[in-house]
Structures are given as structure tokens and as C-alpha cells.
Design a protein around this ligand. Structure first.
Ligand code: GUN
Length: 299
């Protein structure tokens, strides 16, 4: 490293892209939209279907319930026994799909193996699919939509809104996504492409991953491995912005996919774990709920 860059880099510490200020702002807007719906006789209502009592799922669900209550929306948890049959499970989803007082439905993942074969993303009717998993909703991403008001997958939407809140425009930027999951990596690659970023979608079999991340303007870590990315993945002169989607347990502690302590002097900004993408994802979900209720009221 040239001496000048070395001296700058030892004094540089990354900006922390906390979700908190964005959440506070957007929450007020969601509250107003919810009040306006209620004034027109529609009380936005979210139903979450949980099979069993997975502790991580329970914690995610508590966050969803809290935010629903804070903005004045209804929240109902349908907690089912782990041994529920496929037919009984399908019946519950079908009943909620046809219930006009339910505006948004989530099947909390993971579910037991005997239910996972049920083509879950296609079960919730598209107009109530606030996870944005149904083919009819993801097709809009394939078609090139940039409309963040659609029922788009929540984590990708949360990543883009977090970047926007801090004034980072992705237009023309080189973005490397690490991780190709159905919930994050793949839909995010489409959303960012639609927003004019040049996207490289990488994964566990990518060769020379460091060469790619070192050239990126923005790196999104969504590979699901605690502290997978350290300072060896970044070139300090690039002033990289890092979005950490990871939620891993390492030595009993919740950590991201990026070792923040290790990279904070070689990147220009990084989202924290916890307190970064997680709250932004819940916010996107509630935004989808209100959007779904608005659309259903319009008919
Ligand atoms: N489990 C972990 N993340 C998610 C999510 O975004 N949606 C659902 N339905 N389940 C999850």
C-alpha cells in the first residue's frame, strides 16, 4: 500500500449505517397511511403462520408484531403444531387467503420438511403476499420494475432503502453481492440491475472472490457465514460501502457476515448487525402490508 493511502487509512473509520433514523422517519409515514386506511373503514391486518417454535423465528415475529402495533395495524400469530398435516396447513392458508379482513400473510420460514415440499412461495395469494415471494410479484423484478411500492422481497428493498437514506445512489455503481439465496441475493441482483447498478452475483463456488470485492463500490454480504468477510476482501482506496445482511451466531453472539471491527478502517461505510438490514427488512414488510391493504381497498 502506498504510504499516503496507508496514513489516510489508519485514521479512517467507517460510517455506521444504522437503520434507526430511517425507521423513525418511515414509521411516521406508515402510521399516517394506516390511519387514513382506518378512516376509510379498512384496518390493515397481518397474519403470520408459524409452524413450531423456532427461537430465531419467534424473535423475528416479535419484531413484526411490535412494529405493526406501533403504526396501528392488527397482528395475528397462527402458531401451528410441528406435526400438522399438509392438508390442514393448506386449509389454514386458504382460509386466510379468502378472509377479507386479512390484508397480508406470511408463512414464517423455515417450516418442517414435510411442509417445505408444498411449493410455499406460491401458496399465499399474490395480493396478500407481503413477503414478495410469489412468482407473480417476483416477475415484476424480472420485467425491470424499479417501483419500490410494489410487493417486492423485503430484504432487498430494505438494503436499497438503507443506502438511499444515507444518500448513496446505486446508479452506475459496481455492486458485488456475496450469496445467491432466493430471499436475498437473487432478487437483490435484479432490483439493483433495474436501478442501473452493474451487479456481480457471487457465491460459495466463485473463484477469486477477493479480486471481485476489492474492485466493488458496494459489497452486499448475504452468504450466511459469520465474519466471512475480513479486511483482506477490501481495497482501502476504493472507499467501499458494505451492506451486511448476515444474522449468524458465533460464540453465542449475534454477528453479521462481515467482521466489522476488522474492516472498519478499510471501508468507508458499513451497516451494523444488529441494527442495520434487520430493522429495514421489517420496515419493508410493514410497508408491503400497508400497500397491500391500499390496493385491496381500491379493489
Ligand atoms: N425467515 C427468515 N427470513 C424470513 C423472511 O423474510 N420471510 C419469511 N416468511 N420467513 C423468514
Amino acid at each position: 500500500m502506498p504510504l499516503g493511502i496507508y496514513i489516510i487509512s489508519i485514521f479512517m473509520t467507517a460510517q455506521i449505517l444504522s437503520a434507526k433514523p430511517c425507521v423513525e422517519k418511515v414509521k411516521q409515514d406508515l402510521k399516517k397511511r394506516c390511519e387514513s386506511l382506518k378512516a376509510r373503514g379498512c384496518h390493515p391486518s397481518m397474519s403470520v403462520i408459524l409452524v413450531g417454535d423456532n427461537s430465531a423465528s419467534m424473535s423475528y415475529i416479535r419484531n413484526k408484531k411490535k412494529l405493526c402495533e406501533e403504526i396501528g395495524a392488527k397482528f395475528t400469530l397462527h402458531q401451528l403444531l410441528p406435526g400438522i398435516s399438509g392438508d390442514e396447513f393448506l386449509n389454514i392458508v386458504h382460509t386466510l387467503n379468502n378472509d377479507s379482513a386479512t390484508h397480508g400473510i406470511i408463512i414464517q420460514l423455515p417450516v418442517a420438511d414435510h411442509l417445505a415440499v408444498l411449493n410455499l412461495p406460491q401458496l399465499v395469494t399474490p395480493s396478500k403476499d407481503i413477503d414478495g415471494f410469489h412468482g407473480e410479484n417476483t416477475r415484476k423484478l424480472f420485467e425491470g420494475s424499479t417501483d419500490l411500492k410494489l410487493l417486492l422481497p423485503c430484504t432487498p428493498k430494505g438494503c436499497v432503502n438503507l443506502l438511499r437514506h444515507y444518500g448513496y445512489d446505486v446508479d452506475g455503481k459496481d455492486v458485488v453481492i456475496v450469496g445467491r439465496s432466493l430471499i436475498v441475493g437473487k432478487p437483490l441482483s435484479l432490483l439493483l440491475t433495474n436501478l442501473n447498478a452493474t451487479v456481480t452475483l457471487t457465491h460459495s463456488r466463485t473463484k477469486n472472490l477477493r479480486e471481485l470485492t476489492k474492485k466493488a463500490d458496494i459489497v452486499v454480504a448475504a452468504i450466511g457465514k459469520g465474519h466471512f468477510l475480513d479486511r483482506s476482501f477490501f481495497d482501502p482506496s476504493r472507499k467501499t460501502i458494505v451492506i451486511d445482511v448476515g444474522m449468524n451466531t458465533l460464540n453465542g453472539k449475534l454477528v453479521g457476515d462481515v467482521n466489522t471491527e476488522n474492516v472498519k478502517e478499510v471501508v468507508s461505510a458499513i451497516s451494523p448487525v444488529p441494527g442495520g438490514v434487520g430493522p429495514m427488512t421489517v420496515l419493508s414488510l410493514i410497508d408491503n402490508l400497508i400497500t397491500a391493504a391500499e390496493n385491496q381497498l381500491k379493489g
